[in-house]
Design a protein around this ligand. Structure first.
Ligand SMILES: Nc1ncnc2c1ncn2[C@@H]1O[C@H](COP(=O)(O)OP(=O)(O)OP(=O)(O)O)[C@@H](O)[C@H]1O
Ligand SMILES: [Mg+2]
Length: 367
């Protein structure tokens, strides 16, 4: 990820609140989305992603706060006067029109000549990989092709910001992964700001320059994918993004730069303070450890890292990977670890005594 932080601000949320009657759907959203950024709103169903996206488009008024686009407060500006365009989850393709008519739909009142508009339609179709499809009936398209038509129809209006509400959720896994890559390429090519709503954490990690993780109407963390994955700021975020082992621990001492903890099964560990996000004080402390940061040592292998003994409790075979659930340090603490399956590396059986290598720098302390 090479997103430069020095770009200008395209969208700014200033303490945005939204009520639906008594229901507090957005609870003080603040943050900025940069110009040219691929930005995702990620969170579980009902957390307010669509609502927040619709406040940018102007389909949803806000109860207090402000939404600025390109430096201008959007209060009172209707959707069709905003430099945004939205691609809906359902695509909303007109089945009785051709592909070209669908794509050109937004140009109905455009003063340009028919030939110029037709050229614009062709250009947009080419952009989304549908060159030559203009004459087809829209209802004769696959799901992936409909998605492309919806994109072309939005892009032809040359918005500064493209808003995408779960645009890939109706596609099967293979098609979704293909479209993810195409969307990234398309965004680089057109260079405009893309804001994607998704509840799929993998999709958000793959596609985004930065991600806002939302729970219950609030942004829990706003960061680039690597930071979210390696340094989640709360147990909740850590749990939502990928898989994380949580190991109970006791905080022994807190210094200026280091924190000393005793983690069940692992023993005493010294962490740097940047491995510990601000405490929330509500839960008993745990250290988090990702499955790929634990390594099985095969007979004869040695390591510079720390080691812990374990017993294999579960083996989950994934083709390219195997997950092992392992009790560690003679305790009832079980961790999941992932190992790449390579030739010559046998899959272990349940009950095997193993040694795991791990490094304190991979831990995150939540307290
Ligand atoms: N028009 C409305 N009237 C009342 N409540 C609403 C309205 N629109 C949304 N809500 C409520 O606001 C909350 C947030 O809804 P929103 O659609 O933004 O969630 P979401 O994060 O997009 O979820 P999903 O992933 O299921 O699409 C939900 O609890 C929802 O029921
Ligand atoms: Mg939604």
């Amino acid at each position: 990820m090479t997103f430069s932080a020095d770009r200008s601000t395209m969208i700014e949320f200033r303490d945005v609140h939204k009520y639906y009657g008594d229901y507090h759907a957005l609870r003080g959203i603040s943050g900025e989305i940069k110009s040219g950024e691929f930005f995702s709103l990620l969170g579980p169903s009902g957390c307010g992603k669509t609502t927040l996206l619709r406040t940018i488009a102007g389909f949803e008024g806000i109860s207090s706060g402000a939404v600025l686009i390109d430096g201008k407060d959007t209060a009172g500006i209707p959707p069709n006067k905003r430099p945004t365009n939205m691609v809906f989850q359902s695509y909303a393709i007109f089945p009785h029109l051709t592909v070209a008519e669908n794509v050109g739909f937004g140009l109905r009142r455009d003063p340009r000549s028919a030939a110029e508009k037709s050229r614009a339609v062709d250009e947009a179709l080419e952009m989304v990989g549908l060159k030559g499809y203009g004459g087809r009936a829209a209802n004769a398209l696959s799901g992936g092709q409909r998605q492309r038509v919806a994109l072309a129809r939005a892009l032809i209006l040359k918005p500064k910001v493209l808003l995408l509400d779960e645009p890939l959720s109706a596609l099967d896994k293979k098609m979704r992964e293909l479209m993810q890559v195409e969307l990234i390429k398309l965004q680089r090519q057109v260079g405009i700001t893309f804001i994607l709503v998704t509840h799929d954490q993998e999709e958000a990690l793959v596609m985004s320059d930065r991600i806002a993780v939302m729970f219950e109407g609030e942004i829990a963390q706003l960061a680039d994918p690597e930071t979210l994955y390696r340094r989640p700021n709360s147990r909740k975020v850590a749990d939502f993004i990928g898989t994380m082992n949580f190991i109970p621990c006791e905080v022994l001492s807190q210094g200026m730069d280091t924190i000393e903890v005793d983690a069940k099964g692992l023993g005493r560990v010294t962490l740097s303070t940047d491995q510990a996000p601000p405490p929330n004080g509500k839960e008993s402390p745990v250290v988090g450890l990702r499955p790929e940061t634990l390594t099985l040592l095969y007979p004869g292998q040695s390591t510079q890292d720390r080691t812990v003994d374990g017993v294999v409790d579960e083996v989950i075979y994934f083709g390219d990977m195997t997950y092992y659930d392992v009790y560690i340090g003679g305790t009832d603490v079980e961790v999941r670890l992932s190992m790449r399956n390579v030739p010559g590396r046998p899959i272990l059986d349940v009950g095997t005594q193993v040694q795991l290598a791990w490094n304190p720098s991979a831990l995150v302390l939540f307290r």
